[in-house]
Design a protein around this ligand. Structure first.
Ligand code: ATP
Ligand code: MG
Length: 373
């Protein structure tokens, strides 16, 4: 007969520590059976519950819809208690304090653009830039991906010079690492070779001072994780995996997520009229996911979007962002980019809860986006 093995004190302590770390168990109303079902569906933590939303959770686990809604509510409460996310209802003063404590701004590279955004790309919410092809959306995205590595004092999101990570979801194959390097060099983020007046006049591209400096620039690229989903389903999956990536404590914190573009795969994948509803649903799920991630992990989320020309518009601009009302309502700040001459871009804030509808003229140079003169 096999003897029952007595567990060592260390083993018990270790188990207890794991339970304590396991924040799903902290959520009221989650017993062993629910815990098992949630785990089987890949949900490990309270954050995962919130990110999913009740309908998705119901479909994933087979648990009753109301029970799912209830668990999410409880998970929200427990994260609110720990001040990880903002409360659903709180006084103006509390909200002001919460924002002052948590919200940071990432510079776009152009101070007038930052100004119309209220300080830059805000953490904790989703910022959308839309515009016609060639209007500079990808250029803004890549400039922000570089700037994120700057220290907070210089408009970046790196605290005390500690490295940070950026996730770049490139659905259109338009991300260019060499362009990123160019932006790094031209913005003076590493030391570059001194140029003669003639070279400056001829606008010779800047080059790293030496191999060591080049390596510093490459280190920035190391901290950039690029995903290249090639269909809408894959894009949604990447979105679902983000939570895990964000919690990876062995790596540097992720402070910026870029989705360039949020909508194009959904446009290409579903063409038949009958599939419009399905497309909208999948896109809606993805948008909700990404925006909840912004809130829970207090990261800056910058997404790009295409436009359509609406022929029925008699007055005003017939250019409208695609993605339907879900995207419109979920993006906290919406910016419309349009070409404004040779190397100029006009950025217009069209929708923002706290900033007036203002415009800024930006210049697009080798250094990315800069103030217009
Ligand atoms: P799409 O909808 O097709 O994705 P987009 O809005 O993302 O378009 P971008 O690719 O960001 O547009 O912008 C293209 C513009 O950026 C072009 O006008 C191009 O001349 C300019 N551009 C690209 N690289 C550089 C560079 N190294 N220096 C200056 N301007 C550049
Ligand atoms: Mg682009």
């Amino acid at each position: 007969m096999a003897t029952k093995k007595t567990r060592t004190k260390e083993e018990i302590t270790k188990d207890l520590e794991e339970v304590e770390d396991f924040s799903l168990a902290d959520v009221e109303g989650i017993g062993n059976i629910r815990l098992k079902k949630l785990n089987l569906a890949g949900i490990q933590r309270a954050e995962d519950l919130i990110v999913r939303g009740p309908m998705e959770l119901h479909q994933l686990t087979g648990l009753d819809f109301d029970a799912c809604a209830d668990m999410i509510e409880k998970a929200r409460e427990s994260l609110q208690k720990k001040d990880i996310i903002g409360k659903t209802s709180l006084s103006g003063r509390e909200l002001l304090q919460h924002r002052a404590k948590k919200i940071q701004y990432l510079t776009t590279g152009a101070s007038n653009f930052d100004e119309i955004l209220g300080g830059g790309v805000e953490t904790g919410v989703m910022t959308e830039i839309y515009g016609e092809f060639g209007s500079g959306k990808t250029q803004v995205a890549m400039t922000c991906a570089v700037n994120c590595h700057l220290p907070v004092e210089k408009g970046g999101l790196s605290v005390d010079g500690e490295p940070v990570r950026v996730v770049y979801i490139d659905t259109e194959n338009s991300f260019r690492p060499d362009r990123m390097l160019q932006i790094i060099y031209e913005r003076g983020m590493i030391e570059t070779k001194e140029q003669t007046p003639a070279e400056i006049k001829a606008e010779k591209p800047k080059e790293p001072l030496n191999e060591e400096e080049e390596e510093k620039a490459l280190k920035i690229l190391d901290k950039l994780k690029v995903y290249k989903p090639d269909n809408a389903g894959q894009q949604v999956m990447v979105g679902e995996e983000l939570g895990k990536e964000l919690r990876d404590e062995t790596a540097e914190p992720i402070r910026l997520i870029i989705v360039d573009s949020m909508t194009s795969e959904f446009r290409m994948d579903f063409t038949g009229r009958g599939e419009l509803g399905e497309r909208q649903q999948l896109l809606k799920k993805h948008i909700k996911h990404v925006s909840r991630i912004a809130e829970i992990y207090n990261v800056a989320v910058l997404i790009t979007n295409q436009v359509m020309i609406s022929p029925s518009v008699m007055f005003g601009d017939p250019v409208k962002p695609i993605g339907g009302t879900t995207l419109g309502h979920t993006s906290t700040h919406r910016i419309y980019l349009r070409k404004g001459g040779k190397d100029k871009i006009v950025a217009k804030l069209v929708d923002s809860p706290n900033n007036a509808q203002n415009e800024a003229v930006l210049t697009l140079t080798r250094a990315g986006v800069q103030d217009g003169e």
